[in-house]
Ligand binder design. Structure first.
Ligand SMILES: [Zn+2]
Length: 332
């Protein structure tokens, strides 16, 4: 491991993240414009894991985050955009990173009610979609991709806010369990193909709600560890190319079901390190591709899950540094 430690370009990655945050008009910032809130979460969490969160001004970040809050209570991806549950989770996570969740408590209670209401409606819609899918009235693609993701997002953010009692957890868990497949994995709707990203959402939601007993850990563990290809990287489905972001989806799932020792950790570390831009910082999906904040986050978070020396440990279910999660739930 010693030889690998020196290979992680910590300072360059930190400088890359800060520079992306500051750039306004190149390709990546245009693409990121509407989902800046997600970008902020990826970038700032990466900085925290690298031990470099002090490179940004917390007040500046918090002021910007709060200016993205819609009057309904939900958060938008950027100032002046529409609120969405995806950005609301990112906003809550960013505030949690800076220990500023109390900024939200000073807000009007009605705002909160509306945020919860939006989340509840989304979960409810997920349930309806599930039922309709079972009787065949909806195609898997129409609702695919998004449903178990929404379940996870709602459960994660409400749990961070200590408001899990605002939703029907039993019903949400039941829906997730109905998406379980014979290969042990989970799809986006009942009967849909297992996919690593979807498996992460389902396993993390089950972990947060204390429902992991619904998972066949050996069967799922086998499917997940088969995602490792020759180069050491992980793919999301059989026959697909490896991609650094799966270091997160697959690894965190393996950790939550206690089967991470079934993959070759050293080879995966090597693969992630090979995806670095060692000159300008940042991590790409595969060696020699262009870097972006998304894959930089998943690469660094993956290394953290692999207990790479010098990095803060990250919680596999909440996708936040362990010390942040502990602060929220144990005040420590
Ligand atoms: Zn990717």
């Amino acid at each position: 491991m010693e030889d690998l430690v020196r290979e992680l370009a910590v300072d360059k990655h930190a400088r890359y993240i800060v520079s992306v945050e500051k750039r306004k008009d190149d390709f990546e910032s245009v693409v990121m414009e509407h989902l800046r809130m997600n970008g902020a979460y990826w970038g700032l969490t990466t900085l925290d894991i690298l031990g470099k969160l002090d490179m940004v001004d917390p007040d500046e970040v918090i002021t910007w985050v709060m200016s993205c809050q819609h009057e309904s209570g939900g958060f938008a991806g950027n100032i002046g955009h529409d609120p969405h549950i995806l950005y609301t989770l990112s906003a809550v996570q960013v505030l949690a990173l800076f220990d500023k969740l109390d900024v939200l408590d000073t807000d009007k209670v009605s705002n909160w009610y509306n945020t919860f209401h939006i989340m509840f409606c989304l979960i409810y819609k997920v349930d309806v979609a599930g039922l309709q899918n079972e009787d065949g009235s909806f195609s898997g693609d129409m609702w695919g991709e998004i449903d178990t993701r929404f379940s996870y997002i709602a459960i994660n953010s409400l749990s961070l806010l200590h408001r899990l009692d605002k939703i029907n957890v039993e019903k949400a868990v039941k829906y997730i369990v109905s998406c379980k497949n014979v290969d042990g994995g989970f799809g986006c709707t009942p009967g849909a193909e297992s996919h690593a990203g979807q498996i992460f959402c389902c396993i993390a939601a089950l972990a947060i709600t204390g429902s992991l007993h619904h998972v066949d850990k050996d069967l799922l563990g086998w499917w997940l560890c088969e995602r490792q290809v020759k180069s050491g990287g992980l793919n999301g489905r059989p026959e697909k190319l490896p991609d650094v972001c799966y270091s997160w989806w697959v690894l965190s799932s393996l950790i939550m079901i206690d089967r991470v020792h079934w993959i070759d950790k050293k080879k995966l570390i090597k693969f992630i390190l090979d995806c670095q831009d060692k000159e300008n910082g940042g991590i790409s999906d595969r060696p020699d591709d262009a870097v972006d904040v998304f894959h930089t986050y998943f690469g660094v978070a993956g290394l953290s899950l692999l207990e790479f020396p010098g990095l803060k440990p990250i919680d596999p279910a909440y996708a936040l540094p362990v010390d942040v999660v502990n602060r929220i739930f144990f005040g420590g």
